[in-house]
Design a protein around this ligand. Structure first.
Ligand code: GKR
Ligand code: MG
Length: 431
């Protein structure tokens, strides 16, 4: 019997998900972070789910795109991206709202469009896989590994959000010095078995962050380590840190901003540099690779435009002898499943991907994904292999509906000002 896989309905559900007070160079995470859950329903009653950034500017593009998808085939992924182009043609609407130089690199209209389209692409692949009885990795050409390795993602962190702020409590405790970071790493290792560690830096003066990485190296000998200050350092400071930590680092991630500056750091230190800020679109690859500015590109399947684009990125990296892996932003289990499926298909994935997932105490899945020995097993069940709990989605959506609007757009600086009213995001480079 042929199944009718025409999309008959698209449901978009913005949610707010609990987030601990994690520090970065832009401030601190707000107590709740917006995400968008995308569901496509086909004529035969199959539902597929995707997840992407949920700030207002993403919703603005997602809504018309969702309407235009009704009546199309769920397998028509080329058509989906063409439609996303059409929606984004009305660029003025989006371009007025660009964030220049956030932690996802420059927020161009293209990247917004791709981030939105990626949520739909994953939902369509999930539905298609369920309808065909095939896992998403099979739709992408097949897995080359049965489990995907992730690194622990360490953050400087307060014990709690500022007093008086509505939030969910967490049991991670504070981490504001080397001892706190080592303790946090121990918990990550105990709870999830991670054997590599990434520290979000750019929070304290570089000498303190160097001390934290040295403490990690001492506590966990032989474990790959990374430090990522999101471009907070000058070239000179980056060189100083690279010289101090070169022997214990797997790589430095976005020590400084811009292709030329990154190339300068690499040529003067030889320490491998990874990025999710300097190369974030296909258009940025040529210059960065020609200058040898980056040795590892970290995909975020959301803003690279989905799982198939991530595979294309991996192929380009392979061609140029550049490593590829993945970084993450606050995300839930649908995205972790999507990351795992695509990572399972990428040959030569030599660096563990990072994931915020352990920081999220809430999820929309009936059963959370688990890390065993720091790895997520690649599901062979149809689609993404995860089940969405509609009650959980509804609960987190109600939180979004009840919000006064202050949390619907991620704003780490605003969260920092709650604790320190005079705080302004530091000029870049900060050190
Ligand atoms: O969640 O604070 C954070 C991270 O700093 C995130 O926003 C970054 O995009 O983790 C990301 C990174 O690797 O730069
Ligand atoms: Mg990064």
């Amino acid at each position: 019997m042929t199944r009718d896989l025409t999309i008959t309905e698209v449901r978009l559900t913005p949610i707010l998900v609990a987030d601990p007070p994690l520090l970065n160079t832009s401030g601190v995470h707000q107590p709740y972070t917006p995400r968008l859950i995308v569901e496509v329903v086909t004529a035969d009653g199959t539902s597929g789910f995707g997840e992407t950034y949920g700030d207002g500017k993403y919703l603005e593009l997602a809504r018309p795109l969702g309407e235009m998808l009704v009546g199309r085939q769920v397998s028509d992924l080329g058509g989906l991206f063409a439609l996303a182009d059409e929606v984004a043609v009305d660029r003025a609407r989006v371009e007025n709202q660009l964030d220049v130089g956030g932690q996802r690199g420059v927020q161009s209209a293209d990247k917004l469009r791709l981030s939105v389209a990626s949520g739909f692409e994953v939902a369509c692949l999930d539905a298609l896989g369920k309808a065909l009885g095939l896992p998403v990795h099979a739709l992408l050409g097949g897995k080359v590994r049965d489990a995907v390795e992730y690194s622990a993602y360490l953050f400087y962190k307060w014990a709690d959000h500022p007093e008086g702020v509505t939030c969910e409590k967490d049991d991670w405790g504070a981490a504001v010095d080397p001892a706190g970071i080592v303790e946090q790493a121990r918990k990550f290792k105990e709870r999830y078995g991670f054997t590599s560690f990434k520290l979000k830096g750019g929070v304290f003066p570089p000498d303190e962050e160097i001390a934290a990485v040295r403490a990690l190296a001492e506590a966990f000998p032989g474990h790959p380590l990374r430090l990522d200050p999101n471009g907070a350092w000058s070239v000179e400071t980056s060189i100083k840190v690279a010289d101090a930590l070169g022997e214990v680092l797997e790589y430095l991630e976005d020590p400084t901003l811009g292709t030329r500056a990154m190339a300068d750091v690499y040529v003067r230190t030889g320490v491998p540099l990874a990025t999710n800020m300097c190369v974030t679109t296909f258009a940025e690859i040529k210059e960065a690779f020609t200058r040898n500015a980056v040795q590892v590109v970290l995909s975020d399947h959301h803003y690279w435009g989905g799982l198939r684009n991530t595979q294309q990125l991996a192929a380009i990296c392979r061609t140029f002898g550049v490593g590829v892996s993945m970084h993450s932003n606050t995300h839930l289990g649908i995205s972790l499943a999507a990351m795992t499926h695509v990572a399972a298909t990428v040959p030569g994935l030599h660096h563990a991907c990072d994931s915020h997932y352990p920081w999220q105490s809430e999820d929309v899945l009936t059963e959370r994904l688990t890390f065993e020995g720091g790895r997520v097993a690649v599901s062979d069940a149809p689609g993404l292999g995860v089940e969405v709990d509609r009650e959980k989605v509804e609960f987190l959506h109600r939180r979004w509906l009840e919000d006064d609007g202050s949390l619907r757009d991620r704003d780490d600086a605003a969260a920092m000002r709650v604790a320190d009213p005079g705080w302004v995001p530091p000029a870049v480079p900060r050190w």
